[in-house]
Design a protein. Structure first.
Length: 134
């Protein structure tokens, strides 16, 4: 079943956030299990976004850390970090998605799932990464 890209990103975010706390080494199985158990509707895009983010998390984190002025990665809430990771993943590995779309979607996810300061923080980091990748 194909979801809207926004719903697919929300699915990927929920699974990615859960993955932060899991001890599972098989991201593919984790995705399938989490969606089934949590009754989370998924599609090909949501799974690809999740798996690509997990597969490239070290490189993605290095990119994010360049722009954390006065912050350490471990001080960022897990949900904000998950949103940022997905956004950077899209900008780096999904050539068919404009950076502006990835950034807007990340800000919307931060508004929905995090506190009032998160959208501005996510936008600032994502904007810096976008400029680097141009």
């Amino acid at each position: 079943m194909a979801l809207s890209r926004r719903d697919a990103r929300e699915c990927a975010l929920k699974v990615l956030y859960g993955y932060e706390f899991s001890k599972c080494n098989d991201a593919d199985d984790f995705f399938d299990f989490t969606c089934a158990e949590g009754e989370i509707i998924s599609d090909e895009f949501s799974k690809k976004l999740f798996l690509t983010t997990v597969a490239n998390v070290e490189e993605i984190d290095e990119t994010i850390e360049k722009y954390l002025k006065g912050w350490k990665k471990n001080r960022i809430s897990k949900i904000t970090l998950s949103v940022l990771r997905m956004c950077v993943c899209e900008m780096k590995y999904f050539d068919d998605i404009p950076a502006a779309v990835s950034m807007n979607e990340a800000v919307e996810l931060a508004k929905k799932f995090d506190d009032d300061d998160a959208p501005k923080f996510v936008n600032g980091i994502a904007n810096s990464v976008s400029k680097e990748l141009k």
